[in-house]
Design a protein around this ligand. Structure first.
Ligand code: ACK
Length: 316
């Protein structure tokens, strides 16, 4: 059933205000010293959709050496509290810049700084011509999505997450809507707006900022204690596998955000996430392992990728 996007993040409570953080400035393209002083070198084409910070456009980037590249330009145009938003937006760019390239993580191309208050800042990303995985899954309701495609989507996301978790990075908003699809059914993890590096010593991150929360994808310990670890990303990955096999159903549909909080924290949520009768039982088993209550008992992304890879080989 088509569901409104506004269902996907819910404002339930307001955590402590964000501590001010230092940021270094970026403003280059393709790691060269070429600085875009205005938006004139990036030509915006059609709108692709709206994200948290503003609008995403398909765009043409004029490369200094000559030639053009089709890119996705994420513009920071949010009206209220624009300055805070700009800092968060810049942080997203910095986070992405620090992740080494991987075939299942969207390529970061560059960041274009706001030019003395004229024109919005932009994050430039590789352009995903097939849009996001949630929309693809929902569009498949009228066709048949092959079981090996489902397995391949899950495996690719697990491999991308295995990569980012190796760098102590938490995604914190892993969901089918934040996976982009490229030709050849290649899936890449996107939307690093909530991503944070963990303090190595503690291996976790404590959320302090306000804003809507993706409650339906959140692990119990994140809901109750504001703590995030790779194992809370693993919980979200279990929900994402469930989104794949249900062709984009809404987790706990029919329940409001506050009810979901109660169900998840009391351990009653799993019973509400039914798997279709024809679902590969191994996928259902792996998803349930991701929903183990004790975080350390959940599998890590390397073992998930290995299990999915073994199933993928076996199924083809
Ligand atoms: O479902 P979509 O087409 O895929 O609509 C959303 C919208 O922008 C807001 O996030 C699309 N989008 C985001 N990043 C990209 C990208 N790199 N390539 C293509 N579309 C993108 C996303």
């Amino acid at each position: 059933l088509p569901v409104s996007r506004s269902d996907e993040c819910e404002v339930l409570r307001k955590p402590k205000p964000a501590a001010p953080h230092k940021h270094s400035t970026v403003g280059h393209i393709n790691n060269s010293l070429y600085v875009l002083s205005s938006n004139s070198r990036v030509e915006l084409l059609n709108e692709l959709g709206n994200g948290f910070y503003g609008t995403v456009y398909k765009a043409l980037m004029k490369i200094p050496q000559g030639g053009v590249q089709v890119v996705a330009a994420k513009l920071c145009t949010g009206g209220i509290g624009l300055q805070d938003m700009e800092l968060e937006f810049m942080r997203e760019a910095e986070t992405m810049q620090m992740v080494p390239k991987h075939p299942n993580v969207v390529d970061y191309i560059g960041y274009v700084q706001r030019d003395n208050g004229c024109g919005p800042s932009m994050i430039l990303l590789e352009y995903a011509s097939n849009g996001d995985l949630l929309t693809i899954l929902r569009s498949m309701r009228h066709n048949t999505l092959q079981p090996h495609d489902m397995l391949s989507f899950a495996l690719q996301v697990a491999q991308g997450m295995e990569h980012i978790s190796k760098f102590n990075l938490l995604h914190r908003d892993l969901a089918a809507r934040n996976v982009l699809v490229f030709p050849g059914k290649t899936c890449k993890i996107s939307d690093f707006g909530q991503a944070r590096y963990m303090a190595r010593s503690r291996g976790e991150y404590e959320r302090r900022s306000a804003g809507p929360l993706p409650i339906r994808w959140m692990a119990p310990e994140s809901i109750t204690n504001n703590t995030y670890t790779t194992k809370s990303d693993v919980w979200a990955f279990g929900i994402l596998m469930w989104e794949i096999v249900t062709l984009g159903a809404v987790p706990y549909s029919g329940y409001g955000g506050e009810e979901v909080v109660t169900l998840v924290t009391e351990g009653r949520s799993e019973a509400l996430l039914d798997f279709p009768a024809d679902c590969n039982p191994a996928i259902a088993r792996l998803a349930r392992e991701c929903w183990t209550r004790v975080p350390r008992d959940r599998p890590d992304f390397s073992s998930l990728a290995a299990s999915l890879s073994a199933l993928n080989v076996g199924g083809n």
